[in-house]
Design a protein around this ligand. Structure first.
Ligand SMILES: Nc1ncnc2c1ncn2[C@@H]1O[C@H](COP(=O)(O)OP(=O)(O)O)[C@@H](O)[C@H]1O
Ligand SMILES: CC(C)(COP(=O)(O)O)[C@@H](O)C(=O)NCCC(=O)O
Ligand SMILES: [K+]
Length: 255
């Protein structure tokens, strides 16, 4: 009864195979491919993998990519299921104006974070940070209600936007410095502080709204880049989306 979990973002497809569709399942294999390489999964990394009996994923990369991913999975005789954010799932309630318009990856990461706190008996509000192609920063109250969240450009998009909108900002990647004194460092530090500052602001918003300091959980392909520059206390959890998918899968596939 192996389970394949998928997280298809705007830059990469991440996958993980578990022995069961349930929290705490054993990780059997995992990988990540840039979207330009997804057409090779079936002949490459997935070729020798035992056929999964269940597949659940979240995808925000659009229908064309979704079709290409589905094609790779024709290797097995199992239909993939994709998470669509709803009003309520796995103990989390969705405060978005139109719940289904929330990015599925955001919803799944929040479910992963909520259950991580529940598992250690914490009943605190939570801020969930995802640093991928875009950056999202979500607020969840102590009762498990998603209050709302922000979307901002990721490192790469910020840099490309500045490069394409100006004449004098084509420079190599720099270092994060408190007081940058060259263009490379100024750009790298600017992007990093924009993200760190947005997280700090959301932590302040939640603290004011909920009357207590939230836990902060960070994930995403570029989370490690942000880690040294954060101004609030946080925990880096690379598997957050997969943890959320395991929670959802255990409910959907139980019957
Ligand atoms: N191998 C890598 N080397 C350097 N940076 C990477 C690598 N993989 C991912 N990243 C960074 O992480 C971002 C993508 O993270 P990811 O979580 O896969 O995004 P998404 O979910 O939007 O596809 C990239 O924009 C890049 O900044
Ligand atoms: C905000 C996102 C672009 C993040 O995508 P990612 O960086 O993970 O590729 C994605 O979650 C999305 O397309 N969301 C839909 C709009 C929304 O959440 O309001
Ligand atoms: K993502």
């Amino acid at each position: 009864m192996t389970f394949l979990a998928l997280d298809v973002g705007n830059t990469r497809l991440k996958w993980a195979q578990y022995d069961l569709p349930a929290p705490g399942a054993k990780l059997l294999a995992q990988g990540a491919v840039f979207l330009e390489n997804i057409d090779r999964l079936a002949e490459d990394e997935w070729r020798t993998m035992p056929a999964p009996s269940r597949i659940l994923g979240c995808i925000v990369a659009g229908d064309a990519i979704k079709r290409r991913v589905a094609e790779q999975m024709e290797l097995w005789d199992v239909a993939p299921r994709w998470v669509v954010p709803s009003v309520e799932e796995a103990g989390l309630s969705n405060g978005y104006d139109h719940p289904a318009r929330l990015g599925a990856d955001r919803w799944v990461a929040m479910i992963g974070a909520h259950h991580r706190l529940l598992a250690r008996g914490s009943r605190k509000p939570c801020v969930v940070v995802m640093v991928g192609t875009a950056v999202t920063v979500e607020a969840i109250d102590a009762a498990g209600k998603f209050l709302g969240g922000i979307i901002l450009p990721g490192h790469g998009i910020m840099l490309r936007a500045l490069e394409s909108g100006t004449a004098g900002l084509h420079v190599p990647t720099g270092e994060v410095r408190d007081f940058p004194t060259n263009t490379s460092d100024a750009l790298t530090s600017g992007g990093t502080f924009a993200i760190a500052g947005a997280v700090q602001r959301m932590v302040e918003n939640v603290t004011r709204h909920c009357g207590e300091t939230p836990e902060c959980i960070m994930t995403g392909g570029a989370g490690w880049k942000m880690a040294p520059s954060m101004s609030v206390k946080f925990e880096l959890v690379d598997s957050l989306i997969f943890d959320g998918l395991l929670e959802i899968a255990s409910r959907r596939f139980a019957a």
